[in-house]
Design a protein. Structure first.
Length: 417
């Protein structure tokens, strides 16, 4: 049962002078277009969210692989539970705090996609493993020093089972991860030698920031995935794995199809970890997904489930409108938001596609919408914005209003960033 907490107008996006238990918000009959919801507000379109969850699960299953979505995207127990109910094998987190949120709401299989090094963090992990012998937990190591810290923490706690460790492969100039196949094998051997405190459970990597094509000598996603497969085979041939079914896991929210293609045919339990698919976006991920659909001639696919709505607050100059949402309400790390829809006086939204309207700047609480001088846009109109990279928009909202296709609020979700 999700925590049913009282909500009121101290929470951004909640109607003034109202309060309600979270579970009862969907029964209040509020409608965004009618003006019941103060703007800005972040909304999740429930039909699209449900279709996205089922689509990705089917896509991964067709490749005979498993899905452990990275829940740092939403940090929303209600969405995590939907992903698990639709067949996700487990969940992925980035921090021990995120792990604790998932544990609180019932996750029993978790990949911590980082190498834990802090005293408090390591103690927290070991306590989780001690308290629940059924927890299927994995974490990363990319150095012998990291392996030593993990082993020492496990021995201090006196665990009766090994901590399952994935050796992390990286690449020069990249983020974390052992630099190259040989260094990764050195780490894998260190994990093997740290038994029974630790057990090598597979190979992990993150390919999401790599290009498909690059100048000669620079890493590409294809080469990186091939190197991951090499590390996996070498560990298997040396007998380093300490579990019956080792994992081979990668897969951000752009190249997950290439991950599944690269690892097909290997005798491994392939796990992809895309997270942004469940809400999708209107920027970098949608562009990549459009390319995938074109490549595979797919009729159906992922669709936008996340929108941020704002009012037109001012038309101070010809060709300019100021909206009541800014960088406090949406992320700008992967591009400025895109104006998608306009609604006036509660009417069904109309598309802005092809009109040449563009967000050209943002402040903390305002967005600058550049429009033709003759644009039909008035103070008080509502504008629906699409975002790029949903992670850095969702983390700005404690409350997500869940709406149907008519923008009637049918539920409300809490986040735990």
């Amino acid at each position: 049962m999700l925590e049913d907490v009282m909500q009121d107008d101290t929470v951004k996006g909640f109607p003034p002078h109202q309060q309600s238990l979270l579970s009862q918000v969907g029964g209040r009959g509020w409608n965004l277009l009618r003006g019941d919801i103060p703007l800005p507000a972040a909304v999740i379109k429930l039909p699209a969210l449900e279709r996205n969850s089922r689509w990705m699960q089917a896509f991964v299953k067709d490749a005979e692989a498993l899905l452990a979505p990275h829940v740092k995207t939403t940090m929303c127990p209600a969405i995590m539970r939907r992903q698990l109910a639709d067949g996700a094998w487990g969940v992925t987190v980035a921090t021990v705090q995120q792990m604790r949120v998932c544990r609180r709401w019932g996750a029993a299989r978790i990949i911590l996609a980082n190498q834990p090094v802090g005293v408090a963090e390591l103690a927290g992990i070991m306590e989780e493993l001690r308290q629940d012998p059924g927890l299927d937990f994995y974490c990363l190591a990319d150095s012998s020093a990291g392996v030593a810290l993990l082993a020492q923490a496990a021995l201090r706690k006196g665990l009766e089972r090994p901590v399952q460790v994935l050796v992390e492969l990286g690449y020069t100039g990249g983020r974390t991860g052992a630099r190259g196949v040989n260094e990764a094998l050195t780490v894998a051997r260190a994990v093997h030698q740290a038994g029974p405190a630790l057990a090598l459970a597979g190979v992990e990597g993150f390919e999401g920031m790599l290009p498909v094509a690059a100048p000669l000598g620079q890493p590409t996603v294809h080469q990186f995935l091939a190197d991951m497969a090499t590390v996996y085979r070498r560990c298997r041939d040396e007998g380093l794995f300490g579990v019956a079914q080792p994992l081979l896991t990668a897969g951000g929210s752009i190249h997950y199809d290439l991950v599944l293609e690269a690892f097909a045919g290997l005798e491994a339990r392939v796990v992809t970890r895309s997270g942004c698919y469940v809400t999708q976006d209107s920027g970098i991920y949608q562009k990549a997904h459009d390319a995938l659909r074109a490549k595979r001639d797919m009729a159906a696919g992922l669709e936008r489930a996340l929108e941020v709505w704002a009012y037109v607050q001012s038309r101070p100059e010809p060709g300019l409108a100021l909206l009541t949402a800014g960088r406090r309400d949406f992320g700008t790390d992967a591009g400025l938001p895109v104006p998608l829809l306009r609604s006036r006086d509660g009417a069904t939204p109309v598309s802005m596609d092809g009109l040449g309207w563009e967000i050209v700047g943002v402040n903390d609480q305002h967005a600058y919408l550049r429009v033709p001088a003759s644009a039909d846009l008035k103070v008080g109109d509502r504008v629906g914005l699409g975002v790029s990279h949903p992670c850095t928009t969702l983390d700005k909202w404690q409350l997500l209003l869940v709406v149907d296709d008519d923008y009637t609020v049918v539920d409300a979700y809490r986040t735990y960033f």
